[in-house]
Design a binder for this molecule. Structure first.
Ligand code: F1P
Length: 589
């Protein structure tokens, strides 16, 4: 979703802002723009990809040592040049970029219009620029002008503002949308994402809700929405700029699929005490709920199976977006485990806030340090799998799953499971070796319009994930199902040659799943079996390595599914890193 970057320092701002916007492209956007200040504001913006816009607009030739950039994911107002950010106030005093939604924008617009303000876009965001210009008529200093602006705004926002009368300062304000200050030497940054400044500094201050920052090139001041000063310390960000290169791979998605052995090793290197504490919160909960969206929901569902099977713990799993509509019996004795790669997914955050309002203790799993979910949680464990740029989750999923296994093994004191888990990256490495075969199969089924993924027990969440991956990356209709459920309706859709991917490793689900596959085959399905050895029932066989314990197959069998989706995308000449209509973190409900 929208990306924000602000720079103030001694260097020319525009090339820095341009590169930052490129690093944040993965968030998803439809238009982009940059403003710099050099005696006056210079603003360039338009629709489309940043590199294409640059050919026409020459962003990097803009002069000035301070400025801001924005990638926009349209919500209020269509995808037009006028609606792209930055926005300016009518007298040209203020320029802003904004991420989030200003809920009371139409009332503010009416009020500002009655005071003579003229609007040039149909966005909710533009009111911020006019409001600040208006506030500066009555307030001498930026701080009190900024305070009066946030007092008028309703909704969620992170915005940056610069003024013509005080161009040595960038104002940043945060409410419910992330904003991070990057601390450099003789230069400072404000960004929605550490990716915005990671090439120049790894020192970051994560702003909290309802905070304002006044940032100059060598100073940063924070205060809350009541005007009280706050002292904040920078944290060191573990990610490195090299994480943002594709290395020898054609796409980030393929790189991230291949990074999984390393990613899982990092995930498993948690402090023992922290995992123990997390597990004990789960054990002590009278009612345990688990939630997430998309891929993270599949990890949540897997955790339910795992906890029941290994630790005899009952839990309820729900899609975060459903919390309002399902009257779950959550109270002060309940614990909610929320799972999210980005930690910024609006549906997850709203489920968390609803649960907290009912006295529930929230614990979470996230990948992005300092994310909103961590801020809202009593305890957070990070997956530590490094930045994930590909929009569709790959390494973050297997890392979530590995971490959930680690927590479950702690909850049931299963040392053997923990030992096998530590070895799991080696098996993931072996699974990656079958890439060429997966590619062949992906190309073989290139003309299929529908795919089904089926599995039993803890392979069911993986079947759901396999289907989601294929949909996200190749735009092919796919459905994940519990293998035993197919005969209760969906079987009617099977025709000669319909591909069905069968999660069929040699564990206690093996025989029953095979029986289900025979029913499908009898109706003409082409069965693609994922297992350790071939079976006459499979029309095509996708091999995975034999594991010393059945419990870990969900991690390993995820790998061929990801590769199948990746090559299905490549075969269809699509861009697997940035699938159409999708954003990396969905910050709207
Ligand atoms: C949840 C999610 C992803 C999906 C897509 C949209 O994100 O549904 O699983 O791949 O990027 O968002 P998160 O809450 O795990 O960050």
């Amino acid at each position: 979703m929208c990306g924000i970057i602000g720079y103030i320092g001694e260097r020319n701002a525009s090339p820095i802002l341009f590169e930052a916007l490129r690093r944040m492209e993965y968030r998803g956007y439809d238009s982009a723009g940059i403003a710099t200040f050099d005696d006056n504001f210079i603003i360039k913006k338009g629709i489309g990809k940043i590199s294409d816009l640059d050919k026409e607009l020459n962003f990097r030739e803009m002069q000035g040592t301070a400025g801001m950039g924005h990638t926009r994911w349209a919500t209020h107002g269509g995808v037009t040049k006028e609606n792209a950010h930055p926005h300016w106030s009518c007298r040209g005093e203020v320029v802003i970029v904004h991420n989030g939604i200003i809920e009371n924008y139409s009332g503010l617009r009416e009020f500002l219009s009655s005071r003579g303000h003229k609007f040039t876009s149909s966005t909710d965001s533009e009111v911020i620029a006019h409001l600040l210009e208006e506030a500066m008529k009555n307030h001498q200093d930026l701080k009190s002008a900024a305070l009066s602006v946030v007092a008028s705004l309703k909704g969620s926002y992170a915005f940056l503002a610069m003024t013509r009368s005080k161009p040595d300062t960038i104002i940043g304000a945060r409410k419910d949308v992330p904003l991070i200050v990057g601390i450099g030497r003789g230069e400072n940054f404000l960004s929605s994402d550490v990716f915005g400044f990671i090439d120049r500094t790894n020192q970051a201050i994560f702003m909290d809700n309802k905070e304002i920052a006044l940032v100059t090139k060598d100073q940063v001041e924070f205060f809350d929405f009541t005007g009280k000063s706050i002292s904040k310390k920078p944290a060191t960000v573990a990610w490195e700029v090299s994480d943002f290169s594709k290395k020898e791979f054609l796409h980030f998605t393929l790189k991230e699929i291949h990074e999984q052995p390393l990613a899982i090793r990092q995930t498993l290197s948690q402090e023992v005490e922290a995992v123990r504490e997390f597990a004990s919160l789960i054990l002590k909960a009278k009612n345990l709920f688990i939630t997430g969206c998309g891929t993270s929901f599949h990890a949540a569902l897997l955790m339910k199976y795992l906890l029941a099977r290994k630790a005899k713990i009952r839990s309820e799993v729900f899609l975060s977006s459903e919390i309002e509509h399902q009257k779950y019996l959550m109270d002060g004795d309940s614990v909610l485990l929320a799972i999210s790669q980005s930690g910024e997914t609006a549906d997850v955050l709203s489920a968390v806030s609803e649960a907290k309002s009912r006295g529930v203790k929230v614990i979470s799993i996230a990948n992005v340090m300092g994310c909103s979910l961590a801020r809202e949680s009593f305890k957070t464990l990070y997956t530590r799998c490094g930045p994930e740029i590909g929009v569709a989750a790959t390494k973050s999923f297997t890392s979530q799953v590995a971490l959930l296994y680690l927590i479950a093994s702690e909850a049931c004191s299963d040392l053997a499971m923990r030992k096998f888990l530590i070895e799991s990256p080696d098996y993931v490495e072996q699974a990656l070796e079958f890439e060429a075969r997966v590619q062949e199969i992906a190309y073989k089924y290139m003309n299929a319009n529908d795919f089904y993924f089926v599995g039993r027990g803890d392979h069911y969440p993986i079947a759901l994930e396999g289907a989601l991956k294929l949909k996200e990356l190749s735009y092919v209709h796919a459905e994940g199902m519990a293998a035993g459920e197919f005969k209760h309706g969906t079987l009617a859709l099977i025709e000669k040659g319909t591909p069905v991917v069968l999660m069929n490793p040699p564990d206690e689900t093996y025989v029953q799943t095979l029986n289900n596959a025979m029913e499908l085959k009898a109706r003409g399905a082409s069965v693609i079996g994922i297992s350790t050895r071939p079976n006459a029932c499979y029309d095509d066989f996708l091999q995975i390595p034999e594991l010393p314990t059945g419990i870990l197959y969900p991690i390993v069998e995820s790998v061929p599914l990801q590769m199948l989706a990746y090559f299905s995308s490549i075969g269809r000449k699509l861009d697997p890193d940035y699938p159409r209509n999708l954003a990396k973190s969905v910050t709207v409900i």
